[in-house]
Design a protein around this ligand. Structure first.
Ligand code: F6R
Length: 241
């Protein structure tokens, strides 16, 4: 595992953007594993800027997203499909047909998990982006998720509901369930980049990077990945040795 310490959020986003641009330029039909949340917004803005200014093309790029809330309407501006379109895809020349995410409105949730799991089996991520939950979660894999898990439905913990409620008008509007890639699907990526910024991530960064590899801290599994890089700003790195 490699750890790159940077000054702040802006630098974290820029360093990550360089890595993603390299992948896209070197492999124009690459498969990008993407994340939502506050952390990747700066990276996504950089990729859009680069596309507009330098013409980096995403025409043949394919994407798979980590997770999606269960039950939200597809048109809901809180859904992750909306987030991705609004914050990244609409700013690029990507073909929306090449973008993939779990169908949060699927009636048969088990079948949807199976569909997405099979899809991921055929679409190994050339690079997978991750944010980090303050409890060490990756995607919606909460503490004690088995490392061998595939795509599944999770009941969100109170901690995550609270963290995510800042993006909703009312905490009661936060969905209680979500679809997520499992740890196994994430670990299958050829390369993994984890971004963390801010003091509220410091404990999770320390436990993931320097702690034991344990299912209690889902991100600690990344220590076992052959090509994983954490890019952390000063605040998020503040507890590291
Ligand atoms: C998002 C995701 C989550 C977030 C994590 C951090 O697709 O899977 O695991 O990466 O909750 O969220 P932010 O970036 O909002 O702090």
């Amino acid at each position: 595992m490699k750890v790159i310490k940077v000054k702040n959020y802006e630098e974290m986003s820029n360093v990550a953007a360089e890595i993603f641009k390299d992948v896209v330029k070197n492999k124009p039909n690459a498969i990008l594993g993407l994340a939502t949340g506050t952390t990747p917004l700066g990276l996504y803005a950089e990729l859009i800027k680069d596309h507009k200014e330098n013409g980096t093309s995403y025409k043949n790029i394919k994407t798979v997203n980590l997770d999606e809330y269960a039950g939200l309407d597809i048109g809901s501006d809180q859904s992750y499909v909306y987030f991705m379109r609004h914050n990244l895809f609409e700013g690029l020349d990507i073909d929306l047909k090449n973008t993939n995410i779990e169908n949060g409105k699927a009636e048969d949730k088990e079948k949807e998990c199976e569909r997405y799991n099979n899809l991921l089996g055929e679409m190994q991520q050339d690079i997978q982006l991750l944010g980090l939950g303050s409890n060490g979660h990756i995607a919606f894999n909460e503490p004690n998720t088995p490392f061998g898990s595939g795509v599944h439905v999770v009941k969100l913990t109170e901690n995550t509901i609270k963290d995510n409620s800042r993006l909703f008008a009312d905490i009661n509007d936060v969905p209680r369930y979500a679809f997520t890639m499992g740890i196994k699907n994430i670990m299958n990526a050829k390369k993994i980049v984890v971004l963390a910024s801010g003091k509220n991530k410091a404990n999770a960064v320390k436990a993931s990077v320097e702690g034991d590899v344990t299912e209690i801290v889902p991100a600690s599994v990344l220590q076992l990945h052959p090509d994983c890089t954490f890019i952390v700003d000063e605040d998020a790195a503040s507890l590291l040795k």
